[in-house]
Design a protein around this ligand. Structure first.
Ligand SMILES: [Zn+2]
Length: 184
């Protein structure tokens, strides 16, 4: 039995959209061969799976699937087509390979966005702590940059203790050196 393609806690339920690859959908066998009822159940299940935890999965239970798909008493008739692309994994849930790949990509984008926002917030905190003054030359005019005292390329962290306000000139001159190396 396959391992689940996404982490068990992958939760995209706060995303109100599902990115669909238009050409991929329109040329897929499921779409081309499905009846109206089958296609409706399939798309409904993709949307439901998108908001399940983990994202891209469904419970492997006919009663639940009949309800989730909206097919109700027609579930048995549409099941085979509506569940195309889903396979049972080792936790007993159904996973849609393509949906899970899209979910992982969305999660990657979300985390990247989050870390950019954190970096912006961190920079503002550092500037305020240093009272908008370059810690190296005392310049108060700016423009300021956020300097890694121990350069990131040499293992310096993004912790507040390792970040300092530097004017652009000092930051560029210092480059990938520690303050001690720079002063020499
Ligand atoms: Zn300076």
């Amino acid at each position: 039995v396959k391992q689940a393609p996404v982490p068990a806690d992958l939760d995209l339920s706060s995303l109100d959209y599902l990115p669909l690859m238009v050409n991929r959908l329109l040329s897929s066998d499921t779409w081309l061969l499905a009846t109206g009822d089958e296609a409706k159940a399939a798309v409904t299940l993709w949307c439901r799976a998108w908001h399940q935890v983990p994202a891209g999965s469904l419970p492997s239970d006919d009663r639940l699937l009949a309800a989730l798909s909206g097919a109700g008493s027609k579930w048995k008739k549409v099941k085979a087509v509506a569940l195309r692309g889903f396979t049972v994994c080792e936790d007993g849930r159904l996973y849609h390979t393509v949906l899970c790949a899209i979910a992982l990509e969305e999660q990657r984008k979300r985390l990247a966005h989050l870390s950019r926002r954190m970096a912006t917030g961190l920079r503002a905190t550092v500037f305020e702590r240093d009272k908008f003054t370059c810690v190296y030359c005392g310049d108060t005019e700016g423009p300021f940059e956020c300097d890694h005292v121990i350069p990131a390329s040499r293992g310096g962290t993004f912790s507040l203790e390792n970040l300092a306000t530097a004017c652009r000139d000092c930051n560029q001159e210092k480059g990938a050196r520690t303050p001690e190396e720079w002063r020499q």
